[in-house]
Design a protein around this ligand. Sequence first.
Ligand SMILES: [Zn+2]
Length: 452
Amino acid sequence: MIESEAESERTKLKREISELRAALNRKEQCLRDLETLISAARAEDHPEENAIGAPGRAVHTKLTNDDIARYSRQLILPEFGVKGQLKLKNSSVLIVGLGGLGCPAAQYLAAAGCGRLGLIDYDEVERSNFHRQILHSEDRYGLSKAESARIALLELNPHCEIRCHSRLLYSQNAMHIIRNYDVVLDCSDNVPTRYLLNDACVMLRKPLVSGSALKMDGQLTVYSYGNGPCYRCIYPVPPPPEAVTNCGDGGVLGAITGTIGAMQALEAIKVIVGLGDVLAGRLLIFDGITTVFRNIRIRNKRPNCHVCSTQPLISELIDYEMFCGMHATDKDHPLQLLTSDERLTVEDYRDELQAKPHLLIDVRPPAEFEICKLPEAVNVPLAEILDDSYLERFAKQLEDKDLSIVLLCRRGNDSQIAVQHVRNRFPMHSVRDLIGGLHAWTNNVDSNFPIY
Ligand SMILES: [Zn+2]
């Protein structure tokens, strides 16, 4: 009886919470509608202005002499001209991720005279960034990426107002930040952030210029613009985590991210100025190996899309890491597949095993093994471990039941998967992996060992 009363009280509270959320969403919608009306009214009163422009901001109606000198090469373009320049000067763009895509995008937008840029990145400048993240430099190593980019952009164009958001974008802060910008650039490299940005941009009616680059390929499209689809219309459910590779694991050439990032700036300028044919409802695919650009039509808006349809199921931001089953950062997220007796610290390996007979198998891809390796390691990539093609190669050694097998990789994740497989094949052997992989080796044993 008491339990049933408590249950009914919980149900009542849940209903109240859901009604309050619905009321809040309606108010948010009213606010968006009012902001749109104010922008539209201002555009009517001042035809020289674009409807794009943050409400309440001072509006530039003239170009200065410096503007004319600085932007002269684009001012003389008939399709751009003074009107285009003024629209750009009154506009604001949020760049999410100041990495390989965000750096060139921010550089071209600041240089072209975008009035206000918001830069959001939780990360700090590292040496592995420099080959493609061209706003950062050696003297700003360790600085927040947003702040490093701000310094570089102001050197390029001191008239551009720059706001730094040195933090992770997540459900609780996304609406508050995005609301203050006209256009959003998705220069991130993870799936949860793509869904988060998509949903927030649909809810706030902001065009989302989405770029991606991996290995030798790039892609570009514009979501939430005109009658074009949103990201969820194309990908209603996230991919399985094991199917996703980021640049930290898969690699990328800097000129690929540079190409796509520069084109993200171009699409943002077209949206702001109202120029040409914006890449909405189409996907640009760039194959850097063959230098071929393809433009394919993507599906129309999905009538039952959970976020952009007329009856959306999702009307407030959710927990995107949970939804995708992935993290929104590319920081090391150690797997925990093995028990502690199936693992070995790098110090224990050095002290107890390194000098004795054993088989040290490095399971990284050959290209990574070529970068750096422990002297006693043999390379058997994880794929070969999983399909057992290594068995013949080590048949003789593996006959010795006393031979310890140690598996090693870059960070200590793949090596755990390898241990699970090898252990099943050789239950009589001691099969362990090195906790933290080569990163731990550099950090705890040999600081001269290269890290990548
Ligand atoms: Zn949609």
